[in-house]
Design a protein around this ligand. Structure first.
Ligand SMILES: [Zn+2]
Length: 445
């Protein structure tokens, strides 16, 4: 691959250690890495992309998703339900998924993310009906071209054992752990620049046993991979924890080895001051999912208090059955707006929201090689058209979270151009949309 020169950007929001903002600068990409940044870099041997009139940022990082749910957006029975009722509406539909549904829905979700400027995403897949496997989503991501952190989720407590999911969607715990080992050995790459890193992720403390939570943590540490689950999502979740486990979710997590810099929890809407302090001390990460929290009426996560305490926070679009959009730039805007609703107009700036969406997410996922534009970092770069209609008249086009646009013009992942001029370069998106809509129609029959 020849070098790429991104030339003469109006503004580069580097999100580097000094949060430098550069005017009229170039970026040279070589071998998937940012090789140079500066004015008038030599162009010999380079493909050239003109970035005049554009704002350049690190690729956005999505820390929580259930890609398979793009096949169950806006399901009528789940549109107005709270979390537990919402799950019970959707489980029987998800039980009919197979490998085709997993692959196609993941491609749609990944393309949707890419078009919103996201270069690195995690995914949380916790049901494997009809022969579907984590492998299906990994194959999808390798075609779409995003950097991918799939997590092997699981549920083991079905209806007959007092759980929420139907028995057909739960697995026995020995098989869960064996399959975690299989996918880690097959796909996990610990090296810098890795395109795939696997995590271990029981669905939530209320869908697996205490033993599985503990064993999952031991397995993840043995294999050197990260841990992920849902935690403290809403009031029902806290009440369940107090009743079944006799403690709050933060205590439960700590007791079972689920705190540390190799752990990140989704939502954490209801963390109290002690739990925030625990997460800060233990370097435990949080995936903040503001649109999903609004959609399910879960509340406003205390992100201002978390950031002030030193908790590592990233953003997540969450699954498309509870958002129902997978636009990460829109999520950054929502994160900023919610903190202002709760704490006032100076509670979060547009720059801080974008920082959480880039550098913050990369830190949560343990990717110090991503999330900033600096020499030696991976070439994951989003280019935003500051001449778009949303930005016309803006006095500060780099305040992207305020004025937009919310769709990216060009996106590079590991130096490869995945979006060009607002269109996917890696897959035939129109054909994929047609396939997805056929699958959705079959599920709705
Ligand atoms: Zn979720």
């Amino acid at each position: 691959m020849s070098d790429m020169l991104i030339r003469n950007a109006m503004t580069i929001l580097t999100m580097d250690d000094s949060r430098a903002e550069l005017a009229g600068s170039d970026i040279r990409i070589r071998g998937g890495v940012i090789a140079a940044i500066g004015h008038d870099l030599p162009a010999e041997g380079c493909a050239i992309l003109d970035a005049a009139g554009a704002v350049v940022t690190p690729g956005l990082v999505n820390t929580h998703h259930h890609l398979y749910q793009t096949l169950t957006r806006a399901v009528p029975g789940g549109q107005d339900a709270l979390l537990f009722g919402w799950l019970q509406t959707l489980y029987p539909i998800w039980a009919r998924f197979g490998p085709d549904e997993m692959f196609t829905s993941a491609q749609i979700g990944l393309a949707e993310l890419a078009l919103s400027g996201c270069s690195l995403t995690s995914d949380h897949l916790y049901l494997f009906p009809n022969g579907s496997r984590l492998d299906d989503t990994i194959a999808a991501a390798s075609q779409v071209g995003l950097r991918f952190h799939p997590t092997r989720g699981a549920m083991s407590i079905g209806e007959s054992a007092g759980g929420l999911p139907p028995d057909s969607l739960v697995e026995d715990e020995a098989s869960i752990l064996n399959d975690c080992i299989r996918v880690i050995d097959a796909f996990h790459d610990p090296n810098p620049g890795a395109m795939v890193r696997v995590g271990v992720a029981p669905c939530s403390p209320f869908s697996v046993t205490r033993d599985l939570m503990r064993d999952a943590a031991l397995l993840a540490r043995d294999k050197g991979v990260m841990l992920h689950t849902h935690l403290a999502e809403n009031e029902e979740d806290i009440a369940y924890s107090l009743e079944k486990f006799g403690c709050r979710p933060g205590q439960y997590a700590q007791d079972l080895g689920w705190t540390g810099d190799d752990v990140w929890h989704a939502h954490c809407v209801k963390l109290d001051a002690q739990e925030i302090s625990l997460f800060a001390r233990s370097r435990t990460g949080v995936a903040h999912c503001p649109c999903s929290n609004c959609r399910l009426g879960s509340g406003i996560a205390p992100v201002r208090a978390m950031r002030d305490a030193g908790v590592r926070v990233g953003l997540g679009v969450d699954g498309s059955a509870s958002n129902d959009v997978g636009n990460l730039m829109a999520e950054a805007r929502q994160a900023m707006l919610l903190q202002r609703v709760q704490n006032g107009a100076d509670a979060m700036s547009a720059r801080e929201a974008l920082e959480i969406a880039t550098r913050g997410g990369a830190q949560v996922l343990g990717r110090d090689d991503c999330g900033q534009i600096a020499v030696g970092k991976r070439a994951d770069i989003a280019i935003w058209d500051a001449r778009a209609v949303e930005n016309a008249g803006s006095w500060d086009p780099a305040a992207l979270v305020l004025a937009g646009p919310a769709k990216v013009r060009d996106l590079f992942v590991e130096g490869r151009q995945v979006v060009a001029g607002g269109r996917m370069t890696t897959i035939d998106l129109d054909a994929t949309i047609t396939r997805q809509n056929k699958l959705a129609a079959r599920l709705a029959e």
